[in-house]
Design a binder for this molecule. Structure first.
Ligand code: SF4
Ligand code: SF4
Length: 125
């Protein structure tokens, strides 16, 4: 990721159509469980060319969308572990395999501190 949706989410789906990367799916379409709206970390680009993440801008629920680690090679192990533990379900490409950051890194916001990402700080509105 990227960003992550927590269990504070009320599944209003307001964020889904706002995402320029089609990275968000409703709870019913979540590849990890059916309870909470899900961000696909392998698709999220952190809206790096906008003032702020568009999902967070649309979200009525404080704390529902938080920072996660950059989807870059430096954090490949983090996402591999998350995928293997079931926290994420990263898409498998027929030819290239699982689309981990080492294979398909994504843009991220350098201004967000790694400590805030590790702490999954809520994205400020
Ligand atoms: S930060 Fe941007 S790209 Fe990532 S899930 Fe939110 S709207 Fe989509
Ligand atoms: S806008 Fe916020 S509360 Fe609504 S589905 Fe998205 S993350 Fe959940």
């Amino acid at each position: 990721m990227a960003v992550k949706i927590t269990d504070l989410c009320i599944n209003c789906d307001s964020c889904i159509d706002e995402c320029p990367a089609t990275a968000i799916v409703s709870a019913g379409d979540s590849p990890i469980n059916g309870d909470v709206t899900y961000v696909k970390p392998e698709k999220c680009i952190e809206c790096a060319d906008s003032t702020m993440p568009k999902c967070s801008d649309a979200c009525p629920t404080e704390g529902a969308i938080v920072w996660d680690m950059p989807y870059t090679e430096d954090f490949n192990d983090y996402f591999v572990k998350g995928h293997e533990s079931g926290e994420y379900n990263i898409r498998e490409h027929k030819k290239n395999g699982i689309m981990y950051p080492s294979i398909s890194p994504k843009p991220y916001r350098e201004a967000i501190a790694i400590s805030d990402r590790q702490a999954h700080v809520a994205i400020a509105g």
